[in-house]
Design a protein around this ligand. Structure first.
Ligand code: SAH
Ligand code: SF4
Length: 382
């Protein structure tokens, strides 16, 4: 069996090349061919000695993931479904904006955390992706898009690990993949433009700070432990206070001086003014000094089995106002690509569940608040 070179960061590739009796600078050349130029064949790499190309052809390969489908949204968002074998498939989404191109990348086939409001969570968990499978999404998308847009310039300027899976539950594959994204000989993305989003793996946040401190987004979704236990089951293991402590420790290493908190707005569940006020109290008082942060409110993107609905826009705005009035920078995330089920939390791919997570969430009930008074509901309809 040959070795897939997409699995290596530059140090890994250098070690592999050394094993073939080649110097490190050869690995750098090879790495640039793969990631900067999107080469698939060693024969293309004309500045490498023929003897090296022949050796590589025997021992190595550059193997991406088969694309099962590609969908393009009316707003320019593109979603790909990649085959990762044995009936599993994962999704990646390209989101073009005026000043940037963002790729949302998957880290696992499924997810074992089992958040109530997440389509991936409902599918259960099959397996971790390898570093090569994580990178193959970026490698393919970047070089496909350059061809599609007829440019030789870089198209993807930002990567967010917000596709399927909990990236910090696949740490050993994640870190080499991040290193390739950051490497000047790879994709050359700055650490501020690569974001890991986590549902709150406290110990792994500490490790990431030391190994590869990129921008961090934390999926908070609730202002107290009772509600968060229900929405993000991981909270039962790592409570909000421990998570916020980890955020503050991370900030000493982070490329930005704030943590982004993501908060999915669920109608009648976590979207009331008192929740916003509790959040302000929490992030401004925690540990005495609070946690420097921004909030990203995500209108819930519905999917058939969720049994949940999106908060009305007026309620999202009222929630955002309470946070901003308290001096917290708050944005409401634009929904992109929902016509092709590519919006946050809608990625489902195909997962051969090997756990009972999917079944468990289907049985679980979400704490619903009292019905919203008719007058408020009426205003929301406007
Ligand atoms: N597992 C990681 C990253 C993937 S999810 C995490 O949970 O952070 C990326 C973001 O989408 C998270 O903030 C997640 O909570 C949010 N999300 C999940 N399902 C959603 C849905 N149905 N609507 C809106 N956002 C959702
Ligand atoms: Fe997993 Fe994130 Fe979905 Fe929760 S929100 S189930 S952690 S992918």
């Amino acid at each position: 069996m040959t070795t897939n070179l997409l699995d290596f960061d530059l140090d890994g590739l250098a070690a592999f090349c050394e094993g073939l009796g080649e110097k490190r600078f050869r690995a750098t050349q090879l790495f640039r061919w793969i990631h900067q130029r999107g080469a698939r064949e060693f024969a293309q790499m004309t500045d490498l000695a023929k003897s090296l190309r022949d050796k590589l052809a025997v021992h190595a390969r550059i193997e991406g993931l088969p694309v099962l489908t590609q969908h393009e949204s009316a707003d320019g968002t593109i979603k790909w479904l990649f085959d990762v074998g044995n009936g599993n498939a994962v999704e990646a989404v390209f989101i073009p904006e005026d000043d940037r191109g963002t790729l949302c990348v998957s880290s696992q086939a499924g997810c074992a955390v089992g958040c109530r409001f997440c389509s991936t969570g409902h599918q259960g968990f099959s397996r971790n992706l390898t570093s090569g499978e994580i990178l193959a999404q970026l490698w393919f998308a970047e070089h496909f898009l350059r061809g599609h847009l007829k440019t030789t310039e870089r198209v993807i300027s930002n990567v967010v690990m917000m596709g399927m899976g909990e990236p910090l539950q696949n740490y050993s594959a994640l870190v080499p993949a991040l290193r390739v994204m950051l490497d000047d000989h790879g994709y050359g993305l700055s650490r501020r433009r690569v974001t890991v989003s986590t549902s709150g793996m406290v110990r792994m946040i500490d490790r990431l700070a030391l190994d590869c401190p990129v921008a961090l987004a934390v999926s908070l979704h609730a202002p107290n432990n009772e509600l968060r236990d229900n929405l993000v089951p991981l909270n039962k293991k790592h409570c909000i206070e421990d998570l916020l402590d980890a955020c503050n420790r991370y900030l000493e290493f982070a490329p930005r001086d704030f943590i982004t908190f993501e908060y999915c707005m669920l109608d009648g569940v976590n979207d009331q003014p008192e929740h916003a006020r509790q959040l302000v109290e929490l992030v401004q008082r925690h540990g005495g000094t609070g946690v420097p942060c921004k909030f990203n409110l995500i209108p819930f993107n519905p999917f058939p089995q969720s049994g949940l609905t999106r908060s009305p826009h007026s309620r999202v705005l009222a929630f955002a106002k309470i946070l901003s009035d308290a001096g917290i920078v708050t944005t409401v995330r634009k929904t992109r690509g929902d016509d092709i089920d590519a919006a946050c939390g809608q990625l489902a791919g195909d997962v051969r569940d090997r756990t009972r997570v999917g079944e468990r969430i289907a049985r679980q009930r979400t704490i619903m608040l009292k019905p919203v008074p008719a007058t408020v509901a009426a205003r929301d309809e406007e």
